[in-house]
Each structure stands twice: as structure tokens, then as C-alpha cells.
Write a protein that binds this ligand. Structure first.
Ligand code: ITT
Length: 202
């Protein structure tokens, strides 16, 4: 089957593609918004679920190809769950990753309460008005300063707890995908796709 990754973020796309290729073993052809361009989609939802559904539905309706979207948020306990659904624009509309990280560290200051969770919601839409949702969470903490050069976004300051005390940005891409919020949600999605492909074969 063919499916299209409904994201304009090239860093997320790279991870989604790598996880899907590893899990689906050549059984799906993966297209991106580079293959079939779709206009910017405004994320007007109030939850990760709303925004993931909104993106998957919009891309499916425009392309007619089964669409997978990912909406991700970092929830920091001491900040009452912020930046959450606003993670991409925490330091303002169009903010860079660095500016968002800087603001997060500023807001936290020296507090020892550093607990945080990364949450990915994957939405899959292949039939009009219907959609499936898959969720992956990782509980960890925020470092006092950025460490590491891999990954993207808040990776230099998120310590997942496993493996060890490294930030996501200090893990190899394979290590991150194995245990990450996105990896967990995508593996649930891959399991669903496998079960569907088995049904189709009978
Ligand atoms: P699309 O909506 O086009 O997919 P986006 O960048 O707006 O791209 P999100 O709203 O899901 O996507 O992402 C929110 C932000 O959270 C994102 O811009 C990054 O700064 C950050 N983020 C998402 N996944 C992350 C990850 O695995 N590691 C670190 N930061 C991440």
C-alpha cells in the first residue's frame, strides 16, 4: 500500500520514515509532501489529538492517499504542562529550535523540579471522516543546559532516563527511535497496519 507522511517538518519526517521502514519491511511505499505538495495546514486544535487528526484528514482529503500525521508536545510539570500543544511556537510564531530551548531553560531557571514528558500522537486517515489514533509517551526530565548534537527541537535538553543520563541529542538516531515517544506511537501504528494487511490478503 501507499501512504503519505503529513508533515512539513523534515526532522520529524526523517524519524517517521526510518521507524516505518524498519517496522514495515518494504510492505508500504512511503510518500512525503515533497512528492505531493500540500499547502500549510493551520494547527488550530487545542490538543495533540485534534491537531494530528486535522493534519491527517487535510492531507488525505487533498491527495486521496492514506495519510499519517504526527503531533508532538513536551509537557513540563513545573510549567503546568507547557509548552505542550504549543511546543513548536513556544518562543513565538516561527521560533527556531534554539529560541524555544532557551525560553524553556529560562522559564525553569534553577528549579530542581525537572520532570517532563514527551508525547506523540499519530493519526492515520484512509477513509473520509474516519481516523485511527496512536499515542506514545516517554517520561523524563529537563537538563540544566543543552547537551549533544543529534536530533532536533528540544532533544538537547530532554533526558529520557533510559538509557542512562544522556539527552536525546546524545543518543544515536537508532537509539532514540527505539525508545522515543514517536517510536512507541509509530510501532503501535505499524502493528495496526500489519493487521490490516493480513486482513486484506484473506
Ligand atoms: P508538522 O506539524 O508539519 O508535522 P511541527 O514542527 O509543527 O511540524 P509539531 O507541532 O508536532 O510539528 O511539533 C512541535 C515541536 O515540538 C517541533 O517543532 C519541535 O520543536 C518539537 N519536537 C517534536 N518532536 C520532537 C522530538 O522528537 N524531539 C525534540 N523536539 C521535538
Amino acid at each position: 500500500m501507499r501512504l503519505i507522511l503529513a508533515t512539513h517538518n523534515p526532522d520529524k519526517r526523517k524519524e517517521l520514515e526510518a521507524i516505518l521502514r524498519a517496522e514495515m519491511d518494504g510492505t508500504v511505499e512511503i510518500l512525503t509532501l515533497d512528492d505531493i505538495p500540500v499547502g500549510e495546514i493551520e494547527e488550530t486544535g487545542e490538543t495533540l489529538e485534534d491537531n494530528a487528526l486535522l493534519k491527517a484528514r487535510a492531507v488525505f482529503e487533498e491527495t486521496g492517499i492514506p495519510a499519517v500525521a504526527d503531533d508532538t508536545g513536551l509537557e513540563v510539570k513545573a510549567l503546568g504542562g507547557a509548552p505542550g500543544v504549543y511546543s513548536a511556537r513556544y518562543a513565538g510564531e516561527g521560533a527556531t529550535y534554539e529560541a524555544n530551548v532557551r525560553k524553556l531553560l529560562q522559564e525553569l531557571g534553577g528549579t530542581e523540579e525537572r520532570q517532563a514528558s514527551f508525547i506523540s500522537v499519530i493519526a492515520f486517515c484512509e477513509i473520509e471522516k474516519e481516523a485511527q489514533i496512536f499515542r506514545g509517551e516517554v517520561h523524563g526530565k529537563i537538563a540544566y543546559e543543552p547537551r549533544g548534537t543529534n536530533g532536533f527541537g528540544y532533544d538537547p535538553v530532554f533526558i529520557p532516563g533510559e538509557p542512562g543520563d544522556r539527552t536525546y541529542a546524545e543518543l544515536s538516531p537508532e537509539e532514540k527511535n527505539e525508545n522515543s515517544h514517536r517510536g512507541k506511537a509509530m510501532r503501535l501504528f505499524a502493528k495496526f497496519l500489519h493487521s490490516q494487511l493480513v486482513v486484506e490478503q484473506h
